[in-house]
Ligand binder design. Structure first.
Ligand SMILES: [Cu+2]
Length: 113
């Protein structure tokens, strides 16, 4: 019986550790400069390879990006920066200029630089 409880205890600890490590959360990030399916594909492709990101969905009509990520592997600031590095504004983080300049003209802000 003693061994059995040790077994159960270690199992419970194992599960606890697993649950703590893998805790994905989903956030909505406002991406006001997203306009078309090309923007959508660009951000989704860019974030797919970002460390800790498990799911990305860009909604051009709602001008938002929904990202699911593991909190022990990355954070919101890093994800916003990744979107900015793809050439798009992510809330207060503005698009990286060189990446923005490389966007197809249909993806640039109307009347933008
Ligand atoms: Cu576009």
């Amino acid at each position: 019986m003693k061994y059995f409880s040790v077994f159960v205890l270690s199992f419970v600890f194992c599960l606890h550790g697993y649950a703590q490590q893998q805790k994905p959360i989903t956030v909505n990030i406002s991406t006001p400069t997203v306009q078309c399916d090309m923007c959508k594909r660009k951000i989704e492709d860019h974030l797919k390879y970002e460390e800790g990101v498990t799911k990305v969905m860009v909604y051009p009509k709602q001008k938002k990006t929904t990202v699911t990520y593991l909190t022990d592997r990355t954070n919101l600031e890093t994800i916003k920066t990744a979107i900015a590095n793809a050439g798009y504004d992510a809330e207060e983080v503005k698009a990286a200029k060189d990446a923005y300049d490389k966007l197809p003209s249909c993806c640039k802000k109307p009347g933008g630089k």
